[in-house]
Design a binder for this molecule. Structure first.
Ligand code: SF4
Length: 700
């Protein structure tokens, strides 16, 4: 039998365990790990096809400077020298890192340490900003910390499971299958889907509410008001464990039920069915994803949901609580080590002077960033207007995925110095790199990731490095040393980075911070190599699976007084459609592709599901525009234009269209949908509104 290596899927935030076995013929067999608590052996189509995506075609195999192959020493020196020179001439805020939920926690840790603790700027942000920044901001406002209170088991234990802005069937398929199994076992379990679009997830829903785009605040404020009106409030929980209930309730009651119906596009009877079900059921989980987060009111949506759970004390209990599910494999790990421009390492906060002091003393660093850095959209604006003169992009493709993507492309074209670390040689973004650095891919790299239920799992190497590719953490550490930071970056391996990160979570942490995995600070390289998936919280100083893994059933919030904050939420202004651009553009995933398809497009099996870009359009709209099914159509607005196939469907309502996010100029000319997306962001989280731009559609 070949070696069987336990590792973790590199795709979605479910974080499934995988057993990979390289075969003598060079292929790799992939199966689900039956012992991993996220998936118990199950895998979805993407995970099970991973073995088909491991060839070297298209890989970046050696460093390049201005398109010419180089060696590591030379390339790293150029990066370090250029960053140093830029900082010397223009200050630390003239440089930036833009990283990714695809990199490992160890990579994130070193990048964050270099930028915030040694360069002294907080200009490090991540494509996770596009994924879950609104959840982070909402959790912090309510709980005083970025803590997801529940665990996956709660989704199976709930009597009512509400899925908001989440196509779980396609985007988190193994979790979806766990829910299907739970419902088959307990058919009385009710599932509600809240989504403007009738996605595949509607197939298991008892109730689908086709809400108007971005009307979630109104819907959940209406629920809060209903809970109060119908005596479903838990006064003991509110009195003992929360602040600001009355203000939040007052704002929730600003709209009466007719106004809620009008804003949400739902009938009074649909609202009543949903509200009565929620109010009358103790075990309710409200799971939310990108339809909530990717919005100009994303943080308010998150808090409108959390308000309802706080008001009923339905939080941190088996089968009850708000639940944010992340899109990427390591968005959570990135959050944990402070990979966002407004966070510090180990869930400490950049704006908190005590936290800054703790982090700086732990690192023994010469300086510490003392103000938030630029969030993703602002960061590329700063590249465009010349404030940022050197940027290092790692494991992500912003020219295809940022809002107003063509403006991002122009900004990078004009930027004096662009470094891109990637596994692929030719992406929309590597085209504009002065220096390209080859990174290890999945199966070659080694480290940890954290899934949506706070479970830390190992990604293990089972293949040799592709030619001279190197770990992302190593690249950062080598540049740090060459920039003159002689201490702080002498990590022998990923295990050494993990030990330092684990120690930092426990440093001067006397239960005042949620994240403490200090018990792992002294594990040996061998123990790290054998580390089983584990979940935090961990009992202080002990490695154990025996404590309750939920948070907040009996208060214990991480605010200054230990109480949760209700947040007063007002109905947001909606994005106005015009006669010129009368359609709301929704973007999202398809079942079998991942991000910009660098890996999944290698599998013919995956591409046979949906192989070309399309726009879903309602039958009435198609008829009015004289569009037949499968016609080639143009979707456009003032920012740009894409050419895709029209797909007539009742899944989208009239006045809305849906285009998948995956297709880039490398995959299919003229299908890069994010060039149409307005650079509109949530004012609190900075997360872009990727689902509410306005467009026109016409036959091509
Ligand atoms: Fe991978 Fe997500 Fe599929 Fe699990 S559900 S196999 S983590 S893509």
């Amino acid at each position: 039998m070949q070696d069987q290596i336990k590792t973790t899927c590199p795709y979605c935030g479910v974080g499934c365990g995988i057993i990979a076995a390289p075969q003598p013929d060079g292929s790799t067999s992939i199966k689900g790990d039956p012992e991993h608590p996220a998936n118990f052996g199950a895998l979805c189509s993407k995970g099970s096809a991973l073995g088909e995506t491991l060839d070297l075609e298209g890989r970046l195999l050696a460093p390049q400077i201005n398109g010419v192959a180089s060696d590591w020493d030379n390339a790293l020196n150029v990066v370090a020298d250029t960053f140093n020179k830029t900082i010397a001439e223009h200050g630390p805020d003239s440089v930036a890192f833009y990283v990714s939920g695809q990199i490992l926690t160890e990579d994130y840790y070193v990048a964050n340490k270099l930028m915030k603790g040694f360069i002294g700027s907080a200009n490090i942000d991540t494509n996770s900003r596009l994924c879950m920044a609104s959840s982070v901001a909402g959790h912090r406002r309510a709980f005083g910390s970025d803590t997801v209170p529940g665990i996956y088991e709660d989704l199976e234990l709930a009597d009512v499971l509400v899925l908001v802005g989440s196509n779980l069937a396609w985007c988190h398929p193994v979790l979806y299958q766990r829910i299907v199994a739970a419902k088959n076992k307990r058919p009385e379990m009710k599932i509600v889907l809240i989504d403007p679009r009738r996605t595949m997830t509607a197939d298991i829903a008892d109730l689908h509410l086709a809400i108007a785009p971005d009307a979630d605040v109104e819907l959940f404020n209406g629920l809060f008001s209903h809970l109060f009106q119908h005596g479903a409030i838990d006064h003991d929980y509110i009195n003992n464990y929360t602040n600001d209930f009355t203000d939040a309730l007052d704002s929730a009651r600003e709209l009466d039920s007719e106004a809620v119906a009008q804003r949400t596009g739902l009938s009074l009877s649909e609202l009543d069915v949903f509200y009565s079900l929620w109010a009358g059921t103790e075990k309710v989980v409200t799971l939310f994803s990108q339809g909530v987060n990717q919005s100009h009111s994303g943080t308010d949506k998150v808090n409108a949901i959390i308000n309802c759970h706080l008001a009923t004390g339905r939080i941190g209990k088996p089968g009850a609580g708000p639940f944010s599910i992340t899109g990427q494999p390591n968005a959570m790990g990135g959050r944990e080590v402070g990979g966002l421009a407004n966070m510090l390492a180990a869930h400490m906060e950049l704006e908190n002077p005590h936290h800054r002091d703790v982090v700086q003393r732990f690192w023994g660093s010469p300086k510490i960033a003392n103000k938030p850095g630029l969030k993703a959209v602002d960061m590329f604006d700063a590249v465009a207007d010349g404030r940022i003169k050197a940027i290092w992009i790692m494991a992500t493709n912003p020219v295809a995925t940022m809002p107003d993507a063509s403006a991002v492309e122009n900004a990078l074209k004009a930027c004096p110095f662009v470094v891109v670390s990637d596994i692929m040689s030719h992406t929309d973004t590597t085209r504009h790199a002065d220096v390209k650095l080859p990174s290890l891919g999945w199966g070659e790299k080694d480290g940890t990731v954290t899934n949506s239920e706070r479970r830390i799992s190992r990604q293990r190497a089972f293949l040799p490095a592709a030619s001279s590719a190197k770990a992302d953490w190593w690249q950062m550490a080598e540049v740090a040393k060459r920039m003159g930071f002689s201490s702080g970056f002498n990590f022998a391996n990923a295990a050494a980075v993990f030990r330092e990160y684990a120690a930092q979570t426990a440093f001067e942490n006397n239960g005042t911070r949620d994240l403490d995995i200090g018990a792992y600070a002294n594990i040996s390289d061998k123990e790290y190599s054998q580390l089983s998936a584990f979940q935090w919280p961990q009992a202080k100083g002990q490695i154990t699976e025996k404590i309750d893994k939920r948070f907040f059933a009996e208060g214990g919030f991480y605010t200054s007084d230990g109480k949760a904050n209700f947040v007063a939420i007002h109905a947001p202004k909606q994005v106005a459609k015009t006669a010129e651009y009368p359609f709301t553009l929704n973007t999202g995933r398809t079942r079998d592709q991942w991000h910009t398809m660098t890996r999944t497009a290698k599998s013919p099996r995956l591409s046979s599901h949906i192989g070309e870009p399309f726009v879903e359009i309602n039958g009435a709209d198609a008829a009015a525009l004289n569009i037949q099914n499968a016609d080639i159509v143009r979707v456009y607005n003032a920012r740009g234009s894409i050419i895709v196939r029209g797909l007539i469907t009742e899944r989208v309502k009239a006045g809305q269209v849906f285009v998948p996010m995956h297709f880039t100029d490398q995959i299919s000319a003229n299908a890069r949908v994010d060039q149409l997306v307005a650079p509109l962001t949530d004012p609190i989280s900075g997360q872009p509104a990727l689902k509410s731009s306005t467009v026109m559609v016409e036959r091509f």
